[in-house]
Design a protein around this ligand. Structure first.
Ligand code: IPD
Ligand code: CA
Ligand code: CA
Length: 266
């Protein structure tokens, strides 16, 4: 597994260097309402693709900035061909505004499951990584989640779609969480949120609008660190349908799942 993790980290760091270099000269455009992309997203993805496929030419590649790729087939549990699932810049809106919370996410997926994953934050020079069955680490040190079991003591984060309609279920869920948790944050990088639950900075995180490339690396890091990651209804987490709740402990998972469910009847 180490050759996969090593190339994933090297590719994520190379992309991170590129993002830092390009930050002062990029211009953003909207690929959907409030959904930004820059030349840096595209250049970082090319760098990662060249490095991982250069090392493993028989593997497949699914990047956020690809169009016309059959993601469902690549992410299917029936697909035995290892596939790199990559978000070259998770947190583009933060990056464009000069906010430090963004990351590069690189995962290797086989049979619909992540087997290796790296989340690299170039601003903090923090590299979170995990391989299936081998634990999770930050800059070479083992990480683990907090022991938080109660919402009133929990720092919770959420990801929303770029455009959230007024009065939507997402807004109702957020209001419930604000009432019950010690704190709620929307920080703008799904990959970093997962890494932060894994290392205890956050106690829980939920997302209903993310894509496989946002969470393929982070969900493995979280699982390997010993945290809980499941669907909203308690079902097994699936990359092909990445609605998720993650939490430091099973007790906190249940508390957050109950709270989010309650928002549906409000
Ligand atoms: C976004 C971030 C954000 C989440 C959005 C994603 P991008 O990714 O992960 O936290 O709320 O749903 O699209 O567009 O910056 O790569
Ligand atoms: Ca993303
Ligand atoms: Ca992205």
């Amino acid at each position: 597994m180490t050759p996969y993790l090593d190339i994933a980290e090297r590719a994520a760091r190379a992309a991170g260097d590129l993002l830092l270099d390009m930050q002062s000269s990029i211009s953003a455009r909207e690929k959907g309402p409030k959904d930004l992309v820059t030349q840096a997203d595209l250049a970082a993805q090319r760098t990662i693709r060249d490095m991982v496929l250069g090392a493993f030419p028989d593997h497949a590649f699914l990047g956020e900035e690809d169009v016309g790729v059959d993601a469902a087939t690549l992410l299917s549990h029936r697909n035995a061909v290892p596939c790199w699932v990559v978000d070259p810049l998770d947190g583009t809106a933060n990056y464009v505004h000069g906010l430090p919370s963004y990351a590069v996410s690189v995962a290797l997926v086989q049979h619909g499951q992540s087997v290796a994953g790296v989340v690299f934050d170039p601003t903090m020079n923090e590299c979170f990584r995990a391989a299936s069955g081998k634990g999770a680490e930050r800059n070479g040190q083992a990480i683990r989640p907090s022991r938080c079991v109660a919402m009133r003591e929990a720092m919770v984060a959420a990801s929303f779609a770029p455009n959230v309609p007024r009065g939507s279920l997402e807004v109702a869920r957020f209001v419930e969480a604000v009432h019950e948790a010690q704190g709620v944050r929307r920080m703008g990088s799904a990959a970093l949120n997962l890494a932060y639950v894994a290392c205890g900075r956050l106690d829980a995180y939920w997302a209903t609008s993310v894509k496989a490339w946002d969470v393929a690396a982070g969900a493995l890091i979280l699982h390997e660190a010993g945290a809980v990651v499941k669907g909203l209804d308690g079902s097994r987490f699936q990359l092909a349908r990445p609605e998720l709740i993650s939490a430091a402990t099973p007790e906190l998972y249940r508390a957050l799942a109950t709270l989010l469910k309650r928002a549906e009847s409000d």
